[in-house]
Design a protein around this ligand. Structure first.
Ligand SMILES: *Cc1c(COP(=O)(O)O)cnc(C)c1O
Ligand code: SF4
Length: 424
């Protein structure tokens, strides 16, 4: 395979590195519209990557969304190494062509929970608004593959107006999550119009922009766009942004500049990553990503498990992975850099969070709770308040376990020494 690729030099084909160079120098790099015009499609991939057999099959046979990447995001990927995490988010692989029996187009039943086209009303106080079907990069792992990149899913102005009517008629809705597709792939004037409409609905207090553009096209965060957003970020409406960085390679100086612009417009930025097999499904990769995000002044929000959509098999990891990652991170990075591990329940149950168990149980005779330290792995005792009526609430710890733990445990009266030779 590798050898075949190298021997191609005999033909007058440009190498991926050379093709990339000519692409990157053919337009003004910082012009986001030019980045979108120069977007790389499926048929262009052989020019910019030495493709593996699996990738060639994936490109031919994918049952998922279209291929597309900005030259900027392409530049973060490796043309030679098929294990490059960014490459795996851009280039389909063979696994994308399998429709596994456990998969369906809409596992979260967003369509059943949709009172009008483009709106999902799952939680009483919040709605998800599908603003458009376009994105700067079509991520191979996208969970909205059934709608994204499909022009028959276009949201017309009239469709959006019906969504605003629904929100207006439901005073319990205080929070509108705008997602797509990617709302920042709409024009400035359309974004202005959407925010203006939401701002006029007095019970809508919060609006969130779900966008991957800070990651895939940071030049989209222009001064003009920020002015528009800031003009609606008012006493009446608070605007947040949730983005999706999945790997530290995405944390570039361009991305940081984009985030700082949003922060200056008063927009708080959070990250919702997805655990992806072979991309970021190990403890150190996730830790490094979240340390970098704090340097970019992004707080961790969620870490998702990929959903059961067609062709998702190649990305899914065991549930235990997510729990292990969170367990590993606790104590090694600031708490604001630790996401909540969430699972969006198939069948429309909404999100639930899962965490490692640091609580061993309650020892009734001594009224002590037993915890395991995330930093040291040691056991620690903390008493239930006197007169508490909740003793029955806790899982009980057996006498046998208790007697084993006791000599190795710490408490308010017996503490550990400083971290150093003994700790890590
Ligand atoms: C995720 C989601 C939301 C927002 O949920 P939060 O937990 O508040 O971030 C709202 N509606 C739907 C349908 C969602 O999937
Ligand atoms: S930017 Fe979001 S909606 Fe668009 S393809 Fe990527 S994950 Fe899907």
């Amino acid at each position: 395979m590798e050898r075949l690729g190298k021997n191609r030099g005999i033909a007058d084909l440009e190498s991926p590195a050379d093709s990339r160079k000519s692409l990157y120098s053919s337009f003004v790099w910082t012009d986001y519209k030019a980045q979108l015009q120069r977007r790389v499609k499926a048929e262009d991939l052989p020019k910019y990557f030495h493709l593996t057999e699996s990738e060639k099959i994936g490109i031919q046979e994918t049952i998922r969304l279209n291929v597309g990447t900005t030259p900027y995001y392409l530049s973060l990927s490796d043309p030679e190494d098929p294990n490059c995490p960014i490459r795996k988010m851009i280039v389909p692989r063979r696994e994308e062509s399998f429709f596994s029996p456990e998969e369906t187009l809409d596992p979260l039943h967003e369509e059943d929970l949709s009172p009008v086209k483009g709106l999902t009303h799952m939680y009483p106080d919040r709605v998800l608004l599908f603003s458009n079907h376009e994105c700067s990069v079509y991520c191979r792992h996208c969970m909205r593959g059934r709608k994204v990149s499909d022009s028959t899913e276009r949201m017309e102005t009239a469709d959006l107006e019906l969504c605003f009517d629904y929100i207006r008629n439901h005073p319990e809705i205080s929070d509108v999550v705008i997602s797509g597709g990617d709302p920042l792939n709409l024009s400035d004037s359309k974004i202005d119009w959407i925010l203006e409409n939401l701002e006029k609905i007095s019970h809508v207090k919060i609006c969130r922009l779900g966008t991957r553009n800070p990651v895939t096209l940071p030049m989209r965060i222009t001064t003009d766009l920020c002015k528009i957003v800031e003009s609606h970020n008012t006493d009446r409406l608070s605007i947040f942004c949730n983005t999706q960085f999945n790997h530290e390679k995405e944390c570039t100086s361009e991305a940081k500049e984009a985030i700082l612009k949003l922060l200056k417009a008063g927009v708080s930025v959070g990250n919702q990553c997805v655990i992806l097999k072979g991309i970021n499904d190990d403890e150190e990769t996730m830790l490094r990503l979240h340390r970098k995000l704090l340097e970019l002044r992004i707080r961790a929000y969620y870490m998702y498990d990929p959903e059961l959509i067609p062709g998702s098999r190649g990305f899914r990891t065991p549930l235990a992975k997510g729990i292990q990652i969170i367990e590993y991170m606790r104590g090694k990075v600031a708490g604001m850099g630790i996401p909540q591990f969430v699972n969006d329940l198939p069948g429309g149950g909404g999100k639930v969070s899962l965490g490692p168990n640091w609580y061993l149980g309650f020892h009734k005779p001594s009224r002590n709770h037993v915890f395991r330290s995330a930093v040291r792995g040691t056991y620690h005792l903390s008493p239930e308040p006197v007169g508490s009526e909740y003793e029955e609430f806790y899982p009980e710890i057996s006498e046998e376990t208790w007697s084993k733990l006791l000599q190795n445990s710490y408490s308010a009266f017996k503490g550990l020494g400083p971290l150093g030779e003994s700790g890590k």
